[in-house]
Design a protein around this ligand. Structure first.
Ligand SMILES: Cc1cc2nc3c(=O)[nH]c(=O)nc-3n(C[C@H](O)[C@H](O)[C@H](O)COP(=O)(O)OP(=O)(O)OC[C@H]3O[C@@H](n4cnc5c(N)ncnc54)[C@H](O)[C@@H]3O)c2cc1C
Length: 461
């Protein structure tokens, strides 16, 4: 078999890349190791109900008239109409540093500005300077690492506000510990605070089906349960892949969305990999009946919280760090048709190494998972009031769950801390897109797929 473009991975970056390319040349093939598309953003069924694995909120909300906004540009590139997505904006969200301060924000950026002016008046002038910097900064120009923490601190002169600004941006898009590269900070600040958050009317399955149907409409092909075990090369040219089944597929161009380290391993070039610490996460879903009334903060869409004296975003020494995290309530988007359930989803930093050790004994692993859900519930109840007695279903996924279903090393959602921003990994016809190119989140992953196809592949064909 020979195809003009072969894509490793049917996550959102692979799907978007495939759809973009198929608009011009239809014979694209996506190879996905799992039985479903979506990668980190997929779904599963329990009790005859669909559960999403990774959709709190989509960042980069855009007004339909803002033609240059990343979301609208992305939809144009994919020839998808906005109305096909049925966008619902967040109600509002909150950064809550318990016992210290809280800041509310929504898709109306002026709410965030007012909150900062009111609660951190002496930092407000510095905050407006930071906004000027964010407006002018080109995060895509090649640059060495610049500490975002230092830049923010120099403007705000306030440790608490610095941590409060960083907390959501790190949880939704930082692969490095306790700091961010300035470029990544600017991307995430624009995506979360300036543009805002939304979700499509249906489930993640509806979004994936929409992309897949458009793609197949152009003649594109998908093969699930097709794991690439080796990339075949001739010097700096890739020839194709060998699957775990032994089958070989040849191609003119290849795009890998499997991650940089994962791709170098497929190339037999493990020595090229710089081993850096990766961040793992646990997430618990608590399902409660729609009639359950939460006592506090119940109308928030997302709560980014910290309960410790200072905010620490690093790989924990213990199995899970419950001191900070994210609470998401996916029913709290504007004008969503009433759902037959309510969910509270909690996310915390977790140690892959310790989860791996617990997994040596299945019953230990399961009991640590139970303890994790209980501790996370206790943290969430401190913020939302009690709901334990109403829980009708509960599930926890660990870094090992994520590794198993997405083949992402150490289950690190944000991948390798060292990013390859131009997608060039030293081969004539093989490029990298997705998480390890440095665009994170759902819109980020899709933009990554589209931009690598535009920059490196469509220009050569
Ligand atoms: C719990 C959780 C919550 C999240 N919440 C949000 C959110 O609210 N908002 C948001 O914007 N983002 C969220 N994200 C992040 C978002 O899901 C990711 O940033 C994005 O989906 C990454 O897409 P990708 O295509 O780059 O990578 P992936 O989704 O990892 O796709 C790569 C694909 O390659 C496949 N693959 C790997 N190796 C091989 C191989 N050898 N052969 C064949 N196939 C292979 C994998 O199975 C996978 O499907 C969340 C993620 C998780 C896990």
């Amino acid at each position: 078999m020979h195809v003009p473009l072969l894509i490793i991975g049917g996550g959102l970056s692979g799907l978007a890349a495939a759809l973009r390319f198929a608009r011009f040349i239809p014979d694209v093939l996506i190879l996905e190791q799992h039985s479903r598309l979506g990668g980190l953003n997929s779904y599963y069924y329990r009790n005859k109900r669909l559960f999403e694995t990774g959709l709190h909120a989509i960042t980069n909300y855009a007004n339909p008239k803002d033609k240059k906004a990343p979301l609208n540009r992305l939809l144009r590139q994919l020839k998808i109409k906005r109305k096909e997505l049925d966008l619902h904006e967040q109600v509002h969200s909150e950064i809550l540093f318990q016992g210290q301060e809280s800041l509310r924000f929504s898709n109306d950026f002026s709410l965030f500005c007012r909150e900062i002016e009111l609660k951190f008046p002496s930092s407000y002038a510095g905050f407006t300077e930071l906004l000027t910097l964010i407006d002018a900064y080109d995060p895509f120009a090649p640059a060495d690492f610049i500490s975002a923490r230092k830049v923010i601190q120099d403007k705000l002169h306030n440790d608490l506000l610095t941590d409060m600004l960083l907390c959501p941006l790190m949880y939704y898009g930082s692969s490095i510990e306790n700091d961010m590269d300035l470029g990544q900070f600017v991307i995430m600040f624009r995506a979360i605070f300036l543009e805002g958050m939304f979700r499509p009317g249906g489930t993640i399955k509806d979004l994936l089906d929409l992309l897949e149907n458009h793609y197949k409409g152009y003649g594109g092909k998908v093969r699930t349960k097709s794991c690439v075990q080796r990339i075949l090369t001739d010097g700096k040219k890739v020839l194709g892949v060998e699957l775990t089944s032994g089958e070989e597929i040849r191609c003119d161009y290849m795009l890998s969305t499997a991650g940089s380290e994962e791709t170098f391993e497929l190339l037999g070039e493990s020595s090229k990999i710089k081993k850096l610490p990766r961040l793992g996460f646990v997430e618990t879903i608590f399902e409660i009946p729609p009639a359950t009334k939460l006592k506090k903060a119940a109308d928030n869409t997302i709560i980014f919280f910290n309960t410790a004296a200072t905010f620490n975003y690093s790989s924990p020494q213990e199995t899970v760090d419950f001191r900070s995290g994210v609470i998401c309530m996916p029913q709290n988007f504007q004008n969503l048709a009433s759902l037959p359930y309510k969910e509270i989803r909690t996310t915390h930093l977790a140690s892959y190494k310790l989860w791996k050790k617990h997994a040596e004994n299945r019953s230990v692993y399961n009991s640590v998972k139970d303890d994790t859900a209980r501790s996370s519930l206790a943290v969430a109840e401190k913020i939302l009031g009690n709901f334990a007695e109403d829980i009708v279903y509960r599930d926890t996924f660990t870094p090992l769950t994520i590794e198993r279903f997405t083949a992402k090393k150490e289950g690190a959602i944000y991948g390798n801390p060292s990013k390859i921003k131009d997608g060039d990994i030293g081969y004539d016809n093989l490029f990298l897109a997705g998480t390890d190119q440095g665009f994170l989140g759902i819109v980020g992953a899709m933009l990554s797929g589209v931009s690598i196809i535009n920059q490196h592949i469509l220009t050569r064909i």
